[in-house]
Design a protein around this ligand. Structure first.
Ligand code: KG4
Ligand code: ZN
Length: 362
């Protein structure tokens, strides 16, 4: 079964064709990231316009590089949410139109679940992918870390899962992006902070690492010991940066990057990264001890972080899955989950009525 996946939840316009949920035939991604760089963050209107401009050539390119034509495609899978409304609309309306015109079944996909399914892709003739030798097995512990989400999820089987914990405020990727802004590092922030951190001393700045107990002793809002919190850490980096610059808390954050020395930025980046990743690893380790998973998947854009991957490999109570090419937004993960949705006889979407779901959760 060959599925065409379409993904437009944020600033990447992506189309891919995946066979039987595991063989990657093509993976086309056009990013509008350069257009957002001048604004230091994704501008929803620019993202939507860019999707509209490139979605057709992106789908054509995905078909061409997979060497398939419409008769070879069995279904379409599209990201329904969560994401930016204007962006989601372009992907969903395109998928609905194609499903009607080509008389193909249409499957609506949750972007967060799809991030996990990137790790079910094990073969490809395309160069440059470090794909796993075999698919992850259940029970599967998934750490989903992206620009908008941070959650720990236990999958007992396909479509049978429990969210163990999630962020109470900012997502970890968002914290990377905000710290990059404080340090005056280029957008997107995650890779910039990671790069600056390489030369910094991760022990140089003491930063708080919130810990939640189930009884709520250390936080009145935490529901679970597996919950996360990143807004305090981001503020702590700001205060430390102001102090390093010899200023008080009233000093404007947008002027800090001009007065901080390169080495101070590197130390702040390294200390932030160590603390942010440490929080992820603590929860992952505790959940692995409690639930004894047979595999661990680290999914979402922040999974590209080398420090996180190395730290996870070290604790490794179960095989760890994560591919740097497929952890950031793409449509292969959408097509892979589309296959399991179709093959497990889950209901197809109505192409005449399918709506976007910007706030969709797991
Ligand atoms: O999954 P993704 O591509 O898009 C969302 O669904 O949000 O994740 C994007 C996030 C951004 O916050 C970006 O800064 C972060 O992933 N990111 C990283 C790295 N590469 C991307 N964070 C830390 N280290 C990286 N190397
Ligand atoms: Zn994503």
């Amino acid at each position: 079964m060959r599925i065409l996946g379409i993904e437009t939840s944020c600033d990447e316009t992506a189309a891919a064709i995946v066979e039987d949920g595991q063989k990657l035939l093509s993976n086309t991604v056009a990013s509008s990231v350069d257009l957002h760089a001048a604004f230091g963050g994704v501008v929803p209107e620019i993202a939507a316009r860019s999707h509209l401009e490139v979605i057709t050539p992106v789908i054509e390119e995905a078909a061409k590089s997979a060497k398939v034509d419409w008769p070879d495609i069995d279904a379409i899978a599209v990201t329904q949410g969560p994401g930016l409304s204007g962006s989601l609309l372009i992907g969903v309306l395109t998928a609905r139109t194609l499903a009607i015109a080509k008389k193909l079944p249409l499957y609506s996909i949750n972007h967060l679940e799809a991030h996990v399914y990137a790790n079910f892709i094990t073969t490809s003739a395309l160069p440059g992918y470090a794909l796993p030798a075999k698919q992850p097995s259940f029970p599967l512990l998934a750490l989903i870390v992206s620009g908008g989400h941070t959650q720990l999820v236990l999958f007992r089987d396909h479509f049978d899962y429990t969210v163990l914990g999630q962020t109470l405020d900012d997502a970890v990727g968002e914290a990377f992006d905000k710290v990059a802004k404080i340090l005056g590092l280029p957008f997107p922030g995650g890779p910039s902070v990671a790069k600056a951190a390489v030369k910094g001393d991760p022990t140089s700045v003491k930063l708080p690492k919130p810990r939640f107990s189930v009884t709520g002793q250390t936080s009145h809002t935490a529901k679970s010991q597996f919950d996360f919190s990143y807004s305090g850490l981001k503020t702590a980096v700001l205060r430390a940066a102001q102090e390093m610059a010899g200023q008080d808390y009233t000093f404007p954050s947008h002027q800090l990057s001009k007065v901080l020395k390169t080495v101070q930025k590197q130390d702040l980046a390294a200390s932030f990264q160590a603390t942010a990743v440490g929080m992820l690893i603590d929860r992952l380790k505790a959940a692995a001890v409690e639930f004894k998973p047979r595999s661990i998947v680290i999914a979402g854009g922040v999974a590209a972080n080398q420090h996180l991957r190395e730290a996870a490999d070290k604790l490794s109570p179960a095989p760890i899955y994560t591919d740097t090419r497929l952890c950031t937004d793409n449509a292969a993960m959408v097509a892979a989950l589309g296959y399991y949705t179709a093959s497990r006889q889950r209901p197809a979407a109505d192409p005449y009525t399918l709506e976007i779901a910007p706030d969709l959760q797991m």
